[in-house]
Write a new protein. Structure first.
Length: 485
């Protein structure tokens, strides 16, 4: 039976939503099939149009359907069948991550290639400069300089510019997270926030549960801090396996859980709300600190805004981390965190080294966020990445060896590609670099050295003929490797 909030189950729209969800699970609605319109649904169930619309929203929030612009609601893939990857497996023995040297080698190879020819950067998860609102930000910088004067040359507030923190509170409020500015600590990008979170919550040798695959930035910090990673099975549609997590938590002392539940890097899924609620109940029961990476959370492709795990946190167990690097201004290096109940731990680890983030960039960003420009900018990115996601998937499936799998991201701009094993993805990366194309090979997303037949494809840019040609070239290289040509 579909899982909805039992405490509100008597509400009419949830009862209807449960009925339709059960019909979907029973196969009465096929994957990809369009559900009845709001008007038809209202007529069938003899309810108002408002109630019918809320039914569809409830189904979408629980991962049963997806909204398509100007088209309606369609049944989502529930099984991972077809051309998408399958769920991964748990590696129950804590592993010492060893990714820093490998990532450094990949980075150096890309830089070396770039000296000889321009590189098509399909490995780094970054926005193309052409998509950044540079003119509007330049105006904001000029205004900040004009209004700030000599104060911009002084140290700012240790926890971040007060106006910027108020803007962040407003942004998160629109996604269901209720905070006050004093809850926010501005950091030098999200990477620093993640590192501070791990330092605040762990000690050398401790075990940290992570998704599988896991954003390699987390693994780099785990390695640097002398921690161990426990890779938990993860479904490319619904997220971390909560049963497996609880089983591991009961058998292995865990210092923290680090995860990216909203538009995961690299799978692209958004964990459904009912799964987040259940995850938080496990977290509270085991008193397990959570480090939430939410850097892609604003980049949904269709439908309603997705709430982060932090919105379900009632006891302060979630140490929330994010930044503007994937949406607005990577070069500003402005991130932030919400430490929750771990504020004192955070102060302890950041005391020796941090006097705050650059005052000018914080003031300029606060000026830019004071209006509707950011909303318009985000809407443009969402439309772009949502519109071209299916074309990118089609291009990969056409160009790569038969049997290749690719994720279906619900937000963001990264894709996880699996080529039929056996396949040497490190050699593939070298050959791609030689042709001026970078990728992010699978082993850097695993503490145990897995995913040697997979890679992350990042398309934080328009799907131009040059990008199209680069993806086709990657497919050609993969085909040649598989056929021995």
């Amino acid at each position: 039976m579909a899982a909805f909030m039992s405490s509100d189950f008597q509400l009419l729209y949830r009862a209807i939503a449960e009925q339709i969800a059960n019909q979907i699970e029973a196969g009465l609605y096929r994957e990809g099939e369009r559900l009845p319109s709001v008007r038809a649904l209202a007529k069938t169930h003899e309810v108002s149009a408002t109630t019918a619309a809320r039914v569809l929203i409830e189904l979408e929030q629980n991962g049963f359907v997806e909204a398509r612009a100007r088209s309606g609601f369609y049944v989502t893939s529930r099984t991972g069948a077809g051309n998408t990857p399958s769920a991964t497996r748990t590696a129950p023995i804590p592993a010492s991550a060893k990714v820093n040297e490998l990532i450094g080698r990949i980075f150096r190879a890309t830089i070396s290639t770039g000296a000889a020819r321009p590189v098509m950067p399909l490995g780094a998860a970054e926005l193309d400069e052409a998509l950044l609102p540079h003119k509007e930000l330049a105006v904001a910088v000029a205004r900040a300089v004009r209004e700030g004067g000599a104060s911009l040359l002084a140290y700012g507030h240790r926890n971040g510019d007060p106006d910027l923190r108020r803007r962040i509170v407003h942004i998160l409020g629109l996604r269901g997270v209720s905070l006050v500015p004093d809850d926010i600590v501005v950091t030098t990008g999200e990477s620093e926030a993640l590192g501070l979170a791990l330092m605040a919550l762990t000690s050398p040798g401790a075990a940290v549960a992570v998704e599988s695959p896991c954003f390699f930035g987390i693994l780099q910090w785990i390695e640097t801090l002398g921690l161990r990673a426990v890779e938990i099975a993860t479904d490319p549609h619904r997220g971390i396996d909560i049963d497996e997590l609880e089983r591991i938590a009961e058998a292995t002392p865990l210092a923290a859980l680090a995860l990216n539940p909203t538009f995961h890097n690299p799978f692209g899924f958004a964990m459904p709300p009912e799964a987040m609620r259940r995850l938080m109940s496990v977290v509270e029961r085991h008193r397990l600190p959570v480090i939430e990476d939410d850097v892609y959370g604003e980049l949904h492709h269709a439908g309603r805004v997705r709430s982060p795990l932090k919105s379900f946190d009632r006891e302060g167990w979630v140490f929330y981390c994010s930044s503007f690097s994937k949406t607005l201004a990577p070069g500003f290096r402005i991130g932030w965190c919400v430490p929750g109940r771990f504020g004192e731990n955070l102060e302890r680890v950041r005391a020796p080294c941090n006097a705050g983030v650059t005052t000018l960039t914080q003031r300029a960003l606060a000026v830019y966020l004071d209006g509707r420009a950011y909303r318009r900018h985000l809407d443009g990115l969402r439309r772009l990445f949502g519109a071209q996601a299916s074309a990118i998937r089609k291009l990969v499936l056409e160009s790569f060896p038969i049997g290749t799998l690719i994720s279906e991201p619900g937000g963001g701009f990264v894709f996880w590609v699996e080529i039929p094993a056996p396949f040497d993805v490190m050699r593939f990366s070298e050959l791609a670099n030689a042709e001026g194309i970078s990728i992010a090979p699978g082993p850097i997303f695993s503490a145990s050295g897995g995913f040697d037949n997979a890679f992350r494809l990042s398309v934080g840019r328009r799907l131009t003929p040059d990008v199209d040609a680069a993806i086709r070239s990657l497919g050609r290289i993969a085909v040649e490797m598989k056929t021995g040509r």
